[in-house]
Design a protein around this ligand. Sequence first.
Ligand code: G6P
Length: 614
Amino acid sequence: MCGIVAYLGNKEAYPIILEGLKRLEYRGYDSAGVALLSDKITILKKKGKVSELEKYAQKSNQDLSQTAGMGHTRWATHGVPNDTNAHPHKSGGSSLAIVHNGIIENYAPIKEALIELGHTFTSDTDTEVLIHFIEEIKNKEDLSLEEAIRIALTKIIGAYAIVVIDKNEPDKIVGARFSSPLVFGIGEDEFFLASDASPIIKFTNKVIYLEDGEVITINRSGSYEIRNSNNEIQNPRVSELDLKIDEIEKGGYPHYMLKEIFQQPTTISESMGGRVNAHEGWAMLGGMKQHINRIGQCERIILTACGTSWHAAMIAEYLFEDLARIPTEVEYASEFRYRNPIIRESDFIVALSQSGETADTLAAIKMAKKKGAFLYGIVNVIGSSIARETDSGSYIHAGPEIGVASTKAFTSQVTVLALMALHLARHKGTLSEDYYRKLLASLESVPSKVARILANDDKIKYIASEIKNASNALYLGRGYNFPVALEGALKLKEISYIHAEGYPAAEMKHGPIALIDIYMPVVVIATNKSAYEKIVSNIQEVKARNGVVIAVVTEGDEIIKDLADYIIEIPEIEEPLTPLLSVIPLQQLAYHIAVMRGCDVDQPRNLAKSVTVE
Ligand code: G6P
């Protein structure tokens, strides 16, 4: 949550920071601000999106020509979203300014102590407390900025990525991180700091991903220094970014979400690339192969994740138990972490995360690591914290996902999870050769089948127009399609603000059936071969109460066609892989409904894509 970007070089900093903030806006959009550094610090900040800041800056008549500065786009934690709580924040003496992503848990006692020392605060934020604290330490001991920051951070509990500037040292910028990401970009005579690489890629592909506890000092002279929390100089590990600028543009689509939905034939292929060959009869993941003896002997798999990634994990529970016959549990990362779970060394823990930075998931795996379990990460963002914290893993290779509601990352996660299940099943000998090969061929057929579903977009748009005014919606599915029902409901509520619930179809009669009336659209995923008759009965139960049924069925289905109000056909596929197809029309439906309701599809209210607070 929150995006930060900083620049030090010989170009004007403001346009670079503004463009960077627009790229980072997916991390929060409650307010935005910049601080420009010369022998004074000029701060401009505004409630709302980066575009509001831009308008405000245009009218401000301020000098924006400085060549150093930093910016922030906020997802509010402490203090309501307003101009005062917007970052950057200044220190009491106004010589320092800070931008911060994360949360300072022990800010209250520090604030109290600072108030006793005579500090006064203008905002409700924990961040303002931190910059006063840094200033206090700096002045009391007459320390350099970086040393004061390092000492202050040893006394801080929480998560942070920060950038700090000092008007008395205008040729220097200092950054630090703990549990929130910070990337350092090294350009030609210019340096960057940012929450992810997207503001940097236009200028350089050379980056260093800072580690927890590290403090970086960058100087206009072209030098930089990284120290750990023990004040030891670190050897920089320069990585090359494999990211192209068009991957982070809308590419002609009106929204990132639509682009990402339509990218899925390609992204699912990318997730499979070099990992499956139906003709030769194999599927494998490099990260699994290396450790297959340990993983293959595990007594239990525990998957942990949040949000959409948690729904992908639920599909894995079906895949791992069904295909590889390994007992599997799925845990919300936040609950897992705090409920004193039983974790054994023989457990195989799989963390799923698009961003690789979700604070709850990160904390959950750190806890599992302490208990000796083997950790595997399934992550999209290369070099992210979860990727680095796990013992092994597989990237999903979906490319940058910018729409806040996850779409292509979900199908890529499920693709990689299916590959894992097949790899494990082969290792354990739990599938017949014939069925194994059928599944491989089925998996390879997914991208073209997804393309066929997407070609039907006009029909889904029409159904969206018919149900767009609903206040509530119910999504039903069974077996492999139960997590898809949860995901379909989540997509709708996230971006259209229609209240929606996902349910196992058979559970409908234990509660949700009471809600059904002529105003209630009920989306039923009715493709399962194994429970087809049962699903048909569920549809009849909805119709008997005058509910509006939108059924996702297998091509050629004649029975449900006669029962449902609207039919969405998807191609036939082996049942364990159905979620990869059945979720697509649900993404399209949510998208079109949200657009028709005039919602901000890419940046829905109150949400953020990368949730780096617990
Ligand atoms: C946020 C996003 C969701 C995402 C969830 C988990 O809530 O809005 O789209 O599914 O975080 O994120 P992760 O990056 O760990 O998959």
